[in-house]
Design a protein around this ligand. Structure first.
Ligand code: ADP
Length: 215
C-alpha cells in the first residue's frame, strides 16, 4: 500500500516527533487550528501507523519505517507534472526526414502518427540507423516501414505515477514512452499523443526528490 501525506499531515508528524507525547489539543494550538479541523488528519495518521495515541497521554511517534515515507514522496510524482513535449512525425514521412528530425529536435525517439493524428508507431535511433545499412535511397523509404508499430507500443497516461512509467522503461528496455489520451473513433480506441516520458524525465524527478526535504 502507498500512502500520500498532505503537507499538514507531514507537519503534524514533525511536531509529534519532536514534542511527543503531545495531546491533540496541543498539536492544534501549535498549528493554530481547531481540534475539530485536525481530527481527520490525526485519524489518518494513527490508522496508517505513523502515530499512536494513548488515552490521557497523547500522541507519539511510532518511528514508522522511513521507507514508507520515501515511498509516499515518490508516489506523489505524476507523469502530467513532468512530461516533455512529444516530437511527432507523420507516417508518410521518409526515413531521411526522420533522421533530420532526430538531429533538429535533439531527441532519440520520435512518435509516428497517422493522417488522423493518432499514434501509429515509434521510430528510435536504432530503427533509423538500421535503415541506413541497406543500399536504398533513404528519401524513398517511408518511416512507417521501419518503425515499431501499434499495437506493440508501450504507452502511459497523464495520471500515472512517474514510478509506473519508469518501471515500463525498465521492463520493456526502451528509452521513451508516448504519453497518450485515448479517443474512441468508430468504436475503436485510438491514441492522441500528448507528451513524452524519457529517461531524462525520470532523472529529473529523481534529482528533485533528492533535493526535497523528506521528513
Ligand atoms: P534506441 O534505438 O536508442 O536503442 P530504444 O531502446 O528506445 O532506443 O528502442 C529500442 C527498440 O524499441 C526500437 O526498435 C524502438 O522502435 C522500440 N521502442 C522504443 N520505444 C518504444 C515504445 N514506447 N513502445 C514499443 N517499442 C518501443
Amino acid at each position: 500500500m502507498t500512502i500520500e501525506l498532505t503537507k499538514r499531515q507531514e507537519h503534524i508528524i514533525e511536531i509529534v516527533k519532536s514534542e511527543g507525547p503531545i495531546t491533540g489539543e496541543q498539536i492544534a494550538e501549535r498549528l493554530s487550528l481547531t481540534r475539530a479541523t485536525l481530527r481527520p488528519d490525526l485519524a489518518i495518521l494513527t490508522m496508517t501507523g505513523f502515530l499512536d495515541a494513548r488515552p490521557r497521554v497523547g500522541y507519539f511517534y511510532t518511528g514508522k519505517d522511513s521507507n514508507e515515507l520515501i515511498k509516499a514522496e515518490v508516489n506523489k510524482k505524476i507523469v502530467k507534472d513532468y512530461k516533455a513535449q512529444p516530437i511527432i512525425i507523420s507516417e508518410s514521412s521518409s526515413v531521411y526526414d526522420g533522421i533530420c528530425t532526430l538531429f533538429l529536435e535533439d531527441v532519440g525517439t520520435m512518435f509516428v502518427v497517422n493522417s488522423k493524428g493518432h499514434l501509429a508507431g515509434v521510430a528510435s535511433r536504432k530503427d533509423l540507423l538500421r535503415a541506413t545499412l541497406g543500399k536504398q535511397n533513404l528519401t524513398e523509404i517511408p518511416i512507417s516501414i521501419i518503425m515499431t508499430r501499434m499495437p506493440n507500443i508501450v504507452t502511459c497516461t497523464m495520471e500515472e505515477t512517474l514510478l509506473e512509467a519508469a518501471k515500463k522503461l525498465i521492463d520493456y528496455q526502451i528509452d521513451s514512452l508516448p504519453v497518450v489520451r485515448p479517443v474512441e473513433v468508430n468504436g475503436r480506441t485510438q491514441y492522441e499523443v500528448v507528451g513524452r516520458v524519457t529517461k531524462t524525465t525520470i532523472t529529473k524527478g529523481f534529482v528533485e526528490l533528492g533535493n526535497e526535504a523528506v521528513i
